[in-house]
Ligand binder design. Sequence first.
Ligand code: RP5
Length: 161
Amino acid sequence: MARAQVAIMMGSDSDLKVMNEAATILQEFGVPYEIKILSAHRTPRQTIEYVAAAQAKGMRAIIAGAGGAAHLAGVVAAHTLLPVIGVPMETEYLKGIDSLFSTVQMPAGIPVGCMAIGKAGAKNAALLVVAMLALSDRRLVKKLRYYREKMTTAVLKKNTR
Ligand code: RP5
């Protein structure tokens, strides 16, 4: 099996259903990935150890989904030079606004790219990683172009009904 290029991390297995959207996109584009459930507060040591080793293992980017006081992406970003993209999870009481603000409001110096709340964010996180990898991979450029063409066709088709 090819070495993983992307780590899809999440704070809890309750995030898995949403974060699987990112996995599906990476699969579609043939980008090898690894899924890790590690929490910034429940497994702090293991989270840092995993992230610190990621670049040397050949990872090129990390996607981190978390909900509530969602500090996973920020903690991850603090322990690696790899680009980190955060996905705020929808939550029961504050509907993900808590996760969004926690993820997006990183103080200057340690960037986290923040996507939309929930499934759209998870999908787009993977598509953004694909676009980053496509900078040095023509095969991915072609696939991205095809992906967008398919979307365009699907929308236009709805007008012919
Ligand atoms: C965060 O707390 C996780 O990312 C999850 O979104 C949220 C709730 O976790 P569980 O209580 O469902 O495990 O750390």
